[in-house]
Design a protein around this ligand. Structure first.
Ligand code: ZN
Length: 463
């Protein structure tokens, strides 16, 4: 029996096999679960959870600095406002951000994520260089700030430095407002190595790379990047933006004769280490091939809705065995419940049906989507997370059983209430990462100073 305090008894916990009663969780000093035992007697001296437990949700796609512009692009600047006009505003922000501002924004954002029940984040990090495009003296300065923000907040991280080389298909020269993003495969791999030396991997921190998109990276560069990554970190995650916009599909067709997802699957060994972010515009053959590849489709429904991207064919893809996870991407919303709800609602609105993403074997939509996002998010993170079972990270949420959305409901209806009911605050009372409580009674331990620093950073950017 555990005597060192690394144990918790929960009357109800959501395990890989569903809701189970009288669950004893035990974990080690590194924050990894060592045993998860349902139908356990109440052990003497072990703390009791204040509500039902479920695994923390992985956030598989984030650009931390974009949190500072959430809500600033919601007016019509010109007829036919679209993704590309939003991107111009985002670039103006990226051009001004300082290391201290980035750290403050990221720390506050990660606190918001934790409060919403995200316990890990894949950071698709592409602002690398100084304001004028020159290298920082410490070449990985900005990446290090983001990693530090995550560890201060207490969220797990997969840091993915981004390779951005070109402004468009056919090796188009980068634009001046992209100067802070630009690297060669070699300089990006050196940046990754520098960052890993300064902030080595541990139980809450992993690394991978992110070729930005097919428009920003050439085929030889992508090969060089993957070869270099395998020399440093064999099998580490690879994330790429793909087929988010129909304009990008058209450009890819014109440049290569193939649609983006089809082209990538044809030219690279896309497997379980890959996360294809968005993949919104896939035809039937692409959806089937992507599902069969073992890669994760990284869906960001609130951002995709906000930017007018389109609707991912989730029903066909899930039914073909495809893996998904969710990300908050631009951070117009920081709430995995909103991502899953909108994922389902987009399908309902398009198909004029209900409970579209349920299946014959998984009739409850919320459970199917939560399970999918936990498993896909864990795979995309390249970390042992996403389930309450031995060998995984001790990351969980304590639900508030007295919340009006949950109160009086049976355990089998809890996840549906958590995902679909919108009545006031989220029904999440506590959040634990690596076995430590970082959010209690809905408040993060560093909330006040982190918010003050965030506010000052954003004010400085708008000045
Ligand atoms: Zn993105």
């Amino acid at each position: 029996m555990t005597t060192d305090g690394n144990a918790l008894f929960a009357a109800h916990a959501y395990l890989p096999q569903g809701w189970r009663r009288d669950v004893l969780l035990e974990w080690n000093d590194e924050g990894m679960l060592t045993a998860v035992t349902p139908d356990s007697p109440v052990p003497p001296g072990v703390a009791r959870a204040n509500g039902p437990l479920m695994p923390g949700m992985p956030n598989l796609h984030s650009h931390a600095f974009q949190r500072a512009m959430a809500g600033l692009a919601e007016y019509r600047a010109q007829a036919g406002d679209n993704f590309w006009s939003w991107r111009d505003l985002m670039y103006r922000l990226a051009a001004r951000i300082t290391p201290a501002a980035l750290e403050a924004i990221a720390r506050w954002l990660y606190i918001e994520m934790l409060k919403a029940g995200y316990t890990s984040v894949c950071e698709f990090h592409y602002v690398h260089h100084a304001l004028d495009g020159s290298r920082y003296e410490q070449v990985a300065e900005l990446g290090q700030r983001v990693v530090d923000a995550a560890s201060q907040a207490g969220i797990g991280m997969t840091m993915l430095p981004v390779l951005y080389e070109y402004s468009g298909f056919g090796k188009r020269e980068p634009r001046p407002d992209q100067r802070r993003f630009i690297n060669t495969p070699q300089s990006l791999l050196e940046l990754l190595l520098t960052l890993r030396r300064a902030r080595p991997e541990h139980g809450a921190l992993a690394y991978g790379v992110a070729p930005h998109s097919l428009r920003a990276v050439s085929q030889p560069s992508l090969h060089a990047l993957l070869d270099g990554l395998d020399a440093q970190l064999p099998g580490a995650p690879v994330h790429i933006h793909i087929a988010e916009q129909t304009g990008e599909v058209d450009e890819c067709l014109a440049a290569t004769g193939a649609r983006p997802v089809a082209w990538l699957l044809d030219h690279f060994n896309v497997d379980a280490r890959w996360c294809l972010v968005h993949a919104t515009h896939v035809d039937d053959a692409e959806a089937a091939a992507l599902a069969a590849s073992g890669a994760v489709a990284g869906l960001c429904p609130t951002t995709e809705a906000n930017l007018g991207d389109g609707i991912f064919p989730a029903q066909r893809y899930l039914d073909a065995g495809g893996l998904i996870g969710v990300g908050s991407d631009s951070h117009i919303a920081v709430d995995w419940r909103s991502e899953l709800r909108l994922l389902e609602y987009g399908q309902r609105l398009a198909l004029r049906q209900r409970n579209v993403l349920a299946s014959a074997t998984r009739p409850q939509v919320a459970e199917r989507l939560v399970d999918a996002a936990l498993a896909g998010g864990a795979r995309a993170s390249g970390r042992a997370i996403g389930a309450l079972q031995a060998g995984r990270r001790a990351d969980w949420l304590v639900l508030d059983p007295a919340h009006p959305s949950l109160d009086g409901r049976r355990p089998n209806d809890w996840l549906a209430a958590v995902v679909f009911c919108e009545h006031g605050d989220a029904p999440i009372a506590e959040v634990h990462t690596g076995g430590r409580c970082v959010v209690r009674e809905g408040r993060h331990r560093d909330e006040a100073p982190a918010y003050a620093a965030y506010r000052e950073a954003v004010a400085g950017l708008q000045a």
